[in-house]
Structure formats: structure tokens, C-alpha cells
Design a protein around this ligand. Structure first.
Ligand code: PMP
Length: 459
């Protein structure tokens, strides 16, 4: 208690729950069917409720608390900035904004040297698309079916995820195609090399039939995250880069989820040594302590807007509190080798540990990932690969995954569950002991998924 009688808040678990139920409208939910957990506090890889139940956060909230909760240096930086100046309009030159942009530009690949700040990931996608359309003078943007790009107008239409369906406006100006995903190959491929070659041929053919000079941009998540941590085969992104170059198409990589350490490299693009023309980011840039996202811009596209105005802006572009938290986060990540930790934990603990779980649990069809970015693809039958639940946002058929999630929570593990997958996406700061604690809980909870799976097929 700070003794601050201005910051009033409900004080008990019941009061928090009641006020929440009465007045908060929650994302992506049937409001009457959810029971949000009242959370009392958080630190590092854990958060806890009002009954002293502590949860190991294998979801990093929404895959954003890359440095864990309440890092003291970042909290202090936000407090210090609040004491100095809380808000300034985007038209001013501000020390922390300039420094945050410099640090982002320094980390992003190639010549992505300018940064347009937004409040979050979806806005970053909106603006990247706007920049590409103005830069090329072309109308259409291409995206993949297995994707999530945000919930604002352009971003949700570019999204493939079924959460788009309810509000799909016909997706004017969007052309969707299939990206590579060997386990559920659209191309009947049997090897990564085939999948890569056929996915590139499919994109090239789609481009030819759409008219390449009508396409402003191709947007891809470097590693599609929400769709199931779909690490692309070697050569795929370089192939898309080449197609974009050949046709004057802007290549946008969406690193909102994959960026800032999650893959065990600063950006997923570093794994594949590709440089896009625009890169969207958010989440990990400041571990989500204050809303922040942005677009990193190549020199060529920045040049377009040197003498002609960029037709877009935001009241809070480069908000000082958010930028101060980003500066502190990026410095802490470098000082504490947090990206290296993500790589080591992935290689030594999570990768081997998850593969070992797949050996023993018949519900695990495939383990995919790198760094602290993994997914278990859960199936009814390993031979047919039929997903444990159908391809739909929610509904009674999703009960097996709800059972699995409940089994995790009972064991003090907070999972990230999306359709037939559980993603293993802890903070990049997770320790070896914490990772092992989470794997042990997953091991027990997977029995709830195995119960819905054809018995006796464990490999
Ligand atoms: N792009 C990607 C790849 C994402 O994963 C997300 C969020 N999960 C978004 C965009 C949208 O970000 P936000 O929710 O911050 O608007």
C-alpha cells in the first residue's frame, strides 16, 4: 500500500472479480462464459492470485514479457521518466524516443535504420501496409492463411487465423496464399526441401495470376507464432526476398511475436539472414511494460518520405514512458545476455525436454520451435495427424484442450493454448530450474490430452 488515496482500487479478490465482471469487456471472449483469474502480483517468470496460488508463466502473458515481470531496472526507468515528463506529442525531438529508435535500429538487420513508433503490434502492421502502398503506388497486399497480424482493420483482414471470420469485410486488397508447413503440408511434400520449393512455386504462380505489379507488399511472420510456431524451411524466406526484389514488392516481416530474443537471436530474421524492407515489432521490445510497437524502415522506403509527407500518425507515437521502458529493456537484455539465455535454454532444456515428452505422450504429434518459442501440436491420432480439436476459434468441440489447460493450471503452470496446440513460450529470462519445473507439470497435464487420443501409438 503506497498510502496514495488517489489510486483507489478494489481490495479483495471478490471485489476485483465483481468489478471486473460488471465493467470490463474482455478481448476475444463470450463475456458470460469466462472467469478471469484475479491476479495480485507478478515477478520474474511467475504471477500469483489472491489465494497464494503461484503460476509459472509458460505463456509470457501474450508472448510479450520477454525479460519477465517487474525487472527492477526497467521499473525504475519508467518511474524516473514519469518524474521527468510523462507525455510529449510526436512532433518533438525527445531524448528517450531518439535513444529507443537508435537501439532498435542498431539491433534490426541490414539498413532498417528508421523507426516509426506505434502503440502495439496491430498498429505497426497498419502503418507498414500504408507505407508499402504509398511507396509502391500499388493496391494489394499478400499474406498467408496461417498467420495472425492483429485485430485492427487492415491487420485482421491480413490475418488468416479464424478469429477473422466473424468480422471479415471481404478482405478488399488482400490476397492470401499458403506458406510452408511440412507437418500439415498443403503441397503433399515429404521433405523440408520439397516443401520449400513447392511453397515458393505456389507463391510465384499466385503472383503471376494476380499481376505482380498490383502487389504492394508481401507480409509474413518470420516464424508464424499464433498459428503454431511454424519455423520455415531453410531457403524459403530468401526465396520470398528474391521474388519481392524481382517484382518491386515491399517485403514486410512481422516480428511482433518472434522479435527481441524469443528465437534465441535478436530477431527471427537473423536465423535466416534475410532483411525485409519493413519490419514490424512490439511485445518484446519493452517486455510489454508500457504499450509500444513500431515499424523499422529501410533506407529506400525512408527516402520516399524525405520530401513528401508520410500520410499517417498517432497521438502517442513514441510515447516517452514507453520509450524509456524500451531503452531500459534493450540495455538490460544486452547487459544480462538474455538473448543468449533464450538460446541456451532452448537448446539444452526445452528442445530435448519437449522431444522427450513427445516420446511418451501419444497426443503429441509434433514438437516445433527454437529458443523459447515452441509448440506441441496435439493430435487424436499420430498416423492421421487429425488435430485434437477442430480448426475453429472456440466451441464445445474444443473441450479436450480446455481439459488440458485446466490440468496445467492445477499444477501451477500457466499454458498458452491455441486450437490444438500448446505453445511453450516462457520469458527469455527463464532459468534451467524453472524450465524443468514447467516440463514436469506439462508431463503430468498431457495425460488429459492423451485421454482423447488413440491409445498405444507412442513412438
Ligand atoms: N503480429 C503478430 C505476429 C502477433 O503475434 C500479434 C499479437 N499476438 C500482432 C501482430 C498484434 O499485436 P497487438 O496485439 O499488440 O496489436
Amino acid at each position: 500500500d503506497t498510502g496514495n488515496d488517489i489510486l483507489t482500487r478494489p481490495a479483495t479478490k471478490a471485489a476485483v472479480r465483481d468489478a471486473d465482471r460488471a465493467h470490463v469487456f474482455h478481448s476475444w471472449s463470450a463475456q458470460g462464459q469466462i472467469e478471469p483469474l484475479p491476479v495480485a502480483g507478478a515477478e520474474g517468470s511467475y504471477f500469483w492470485d489472491y489465494d497464494d496460488n503461484r503460476y509459472l508463466d509458460f505463456s509470457s502473458q501474450l508472448v510479450n514479457t520477454n525479460i519477465g515481470h517487474q525487472h527492477p531496472k526497467v521499473v525504475a526507468a519508467i518511474q524516473e521518466q514519469a518524474g521527468r515528463v510523462c507525455t510529449l506529442a510526436p512532433g518533438f525531438a525527445v531524448d528517450v524516443r531518439a535513444e529507443a529508435a537508435r537501439l532498435v535500429a542498431e539491433r534490426t538487420p541490414g539498413d532498417l535504420d528508421r523507426v516509426f513508433f506505434t502503440n502495439a503490434g496491430a498498429e505497426a502492421v497498419e502503418h507498414a501496409v500504408r507505407m508499402a502502398r504509398v511507396h509502391t503506388g500499388r493496391p494489394k497486399v499478400m499474406s498467408t492463411y496461417r498467420s495472425y497480424h492483429g485485430a485492427t482493420a487492415a491487420a485482421i483482414n491480413l490475418t488468416g487465423d479464424p478469429r477473422r471470420w466473424a468480422s471479415d469485410t471481404g478482405s478488399a486488397g488482400v490476397v492470401r496464399f499458403w506458406g510452408p508447413h511440412l507437418y500439415r503440408s498443403h503441397f503433399h511434400a515429404e521433405t523440408e526441401a520439397q516443401e520449400c520449393e513447392r511453397a515458393l512455386a505456389h507463391l510465384e504462380e499466385t503472383l503471376a495470376f494476380e499481376g505482380p505489379n498490383t502487389i504492394a507488399a508481401i507480409i509474413l511472420e518470420t516464424v508464424p507464432g499464433t498459428a503454431g510456431v511454424l519455423v520455415p524451411p531453410p531457403g524459403y524466406l530468401a526465396g520470398v526476398r528474391e521474388l519481392c526484389d524481382r517484382h518491386g514488392i515491399v517485403f514486410i516481416l512481422d516480428e511482433v511475436m518472434a522479435g527481441f530474443g524469443r528465437t534465441g537471436t535478436w530477431f527471427a530474421a537473423d536465423l535466416f539472414q534475410v532483411t525485409p524492407d519493413l519490419m514490424t515489432f512490439a511485445k518484446g521490445v519493452n517486455s510489454g511494460y508500457v504499450p509500444l510497437g513500431g515499424v523499422a524502415i529501410s533506407d529506400a522506403i525512408a527516402e520516399t518520405f524525405e520530401q513528401r509527407p508520410y500520410p499517417g500518425g498517432l497521438t502517442y507515437s513514441g510515447h516517452p514512458l514507453a520509450c524509456a521502458s524500451a531503452v531500459a529493456t534493450l540495455n538490460v537484455m544486452a547487459q544480462e545476455d538474455i538473448v543468449g539465455n533464450a538460446a541456451r535454454i532452448g537448446e539444452r532444456v526445452l528442445g530435448p525436454g519437449l522431444r522427450e515428452l513427445a516420446e511418451r505422450h501419444p497426443s503429441v504429434g509434433e514438437v516445433r520451435g527454437t529458443g523459447v518459442f515452441w509448440a506441441l501440436d496435439l493430435v487424436r491420432d499420430r498416423d492421421t495427424r487429425e488435430p485434437l480439436v477442430p480448426y475453429q476459434p472456440s466451441g464445445p468441440d474444443n473441450q479436450p484442450m480446455a481439459d488440458f489447460a485446466a490440468a496445467c493450471k492445477t499444477r501451477g503452470l500457466w499454458p498458452f493454448v491455441n486450437m490444438n496446440r500448446t505453445h511453450v513460450v516462457p520469458p527469455c529470462t527463464i532459468t534451467e530450474a524453472e524450465a524443468k519445473e514447467g516440463l514436469a507439470a506439462l508431463d503430468e497435464a498431457l495425460a488429459a490430452a492423451d485421454a482423447h487420443t488413440t491409445a498405444g501409438r507412442a513412438r
